[in-house]
Design a protein. Structure first.
Length: 210
């Protein structure tokens, strides 16, 4: 039985969620909460090794189903080593991407069977879902333009995908938002960093601490 608070951050590439995540941590800690921040794929050594394979720009021969299964394997290891221990110790856990990314990217983006992805997600997580998901929404072209302007960001294999792939991913996220409106809160990521951070913090505060 989990005792902590499980929050995920999702969004298309370039939405800025990782930057927002880093800004959220000290604000939440100021409320007296023990906060853990982690990411997918990654967060623990085995999952980070899998991440390097998935995102390596040289791995252009990777099959779509192989990609999905690698994400699922990384998710399982991350769950066992990082997510569950944090929740069981009562922490506020912030995770950069989780199950929704597989539905959006491999389901809508790659065209793989969404029912199969849902089953794999359930299998890997034992049915665990976030208490709250913040979805950072932005126009796809603007998101990719942000990536291009960020000289410090490494361009990975998914960044290199065609525009229509990223459009399908955004469509997938919007479908998840429509289906699970109680869990998923939409954040307008086109605004300034300060405004986006404030909106994200307010969504968390209103849900759990108000």
């Amino acid at each position: 039985m989990t005792q902590g608070i499980f929050i995920t951050l999702e969004g298309p590439d370039g939405a800025g969620k990782t930057t927002v995540l880093q800004e959220l941590v000290p604000r939440l800690e100021a409320l007296g909460k023990q906060v853990t921040m982690t990411r997918e794929p990654g967060g623990v050594a085995i999952a980070e090794d899998i991440r390097s394979v998935i995102l390596n720009p040289q791995n252009t021969a990777m099959d779509d189903k192989t990609e999905l299964l690698l994400y699922i394997a990384a998710r399982r290891q991350h769950l066992k080593e990082r997510i569950l221990p944090a929740l069981e110790s009562g922490q506020l856990l912030l995770v950069d991407r989780f199950i929704d990314s597989s539905v959006a990217y491999q389901g809508f983006g790659r065209g793989l069977d969404i029912a199969a992805i849902d089953w794999l997600n359930h299998y890997a997580t034992d049915g665990l879902k976030p208490d709250l998901t913040l979805y950072f929404d932005i126009d796809v072209e603007e998101g990719l333009a942000r990536i291009a302007r960020n000289a410090d960001r490494d361009v990975d294999r998914l960044d290199m995908e065609a525009l229509d792939m990223h459009e399908r991913v955004r469509t997938g996220y919007l479908a998840i938002l429509d289906k699970e409106a109680e869990r998923v809160v939409k954040i307008d990521a086109s605004k300034s960093v300060e405004e986006v951070v404030e909106a994200a913090f307010t969504a968390i505060y209103d849900r759990f601490f108000k």
